[in-house]
Design a protein around this ligand. Structure first.
Ligand code: ADP
Length: 243
């Protein structure tokens, strides 16, 4: 018998808790030992502890992405629409990733060209899409580069799209490594990474864009990328807004 979405959601949240608790202990205690408050460590011990710590963090990132995807596929897939401020959402996203951008001396700017301030969407899911695109842009942009979020409001629905309401367009543009044409569609597939070795050094999981696309589609929107190797990428998503 098919179980209800609530039963599945509960199962996912219990499993998630059970897996995350020991994992957080591994991360936390390896950090504590690395601080050497309980005695000095030799170089080999530091090396292996750093390995334990970064593997723990990678596993936690993978687990978080998997849980999001499972919740989406097997939990309650309905979007919960509410009205919220677009400029506020953009500022919040900028604020939460500012530290990451500063560490690489990357400028993170907003150009909000949308003449609407209140939009209607599932706010946490909207934020998730935006944060996934932004954190990728920062990850794949060399130090000293630039990441820019821009928005536009389209009052007239485009005949090219599958909806007939006004819509908002959000783009995240970077001056990063770029993606070659043959990879531009593949990167939206589960676990696909252009260069797994490079992506994994950034603690990537290959699930961020899959999830972003599912969440955009849940809003009946679309997402795509334009990119040039060595110059940068621009990810754009559009979602109809009903305000
Ligand atoms: P990951 O956790 O590896 O970032 P994603 O699904 O978010 O997983 O992205 C998949 C792959 O797409 C990345 O590993 C990277 O190869 C490529 N990619 C995503 N965003 C960008 C970007 N802004 N610039 C260059 N490559 C990108």
């Amino acid at each position: 018998m098919e179980s209800k979405p609530e039963t599945k959601t509960k199962f996912i949240s219990t499993t998630s808790h059970k897996l995350k608790t020991p994992l957080n202990a591994i991360i936390g205690f390896s950090e504590l030992l690395l601080e050497q408050v309980y005695g000095p460590l030799n170089e080999k011990q530091i090396h292996y502890l750093k390995n334990i710590n970064s593997s723990g963090k990678n596993l936690l990132a993978l687990l978080n992405d998997l849980i999001d995807l499972m919740n989406f596929k097997w939990g309650d897939p309905n979007p919960y629409y509410s009205e919220f401020s677009l400029p506020h959402a953009l500022n919040e996203a900028q604020e939460s990733l500012k530290c990451l951008a500063d560490q690489k001396n990357i400028s993170l700017e907003i150009r909000n060209g949308a003449e609407v301030s209140i939009i209607k969407a599932d706010e946490p899911k909207f934020m998730k899409i935006l944060l996934n695109l932004l954190s990728n842009a920062i990850k794949f942009t060399p130090p000293g580069g630039k990441v820019e979020i821009s928005t536009k409001y389209h009052k007239t629905p485009s005949p090219d799209f599958s909806f007939s309401q006004p819509y908002v367009e959000v783009s995240v543009k970077d001056t990063g490594v770029g993606i070659k044409p043959g990879d531009q569609e593949k990167i939206f597939s589960e676990f696909y990474q252009v260069d797994p070795e490079i992506s994994q050094t950034f603690e990537g999981t290959g699930l961020g864009l899959t999830l972003a696309r599912e969440l955009v589609r849940l809003h009946r929107g679309e997402i795509w990328v334009e990119s040039e190797v060595g110059k940068g990428s621009k990810f754009t998503f559009i979602i109809p807004i009903t305000v």
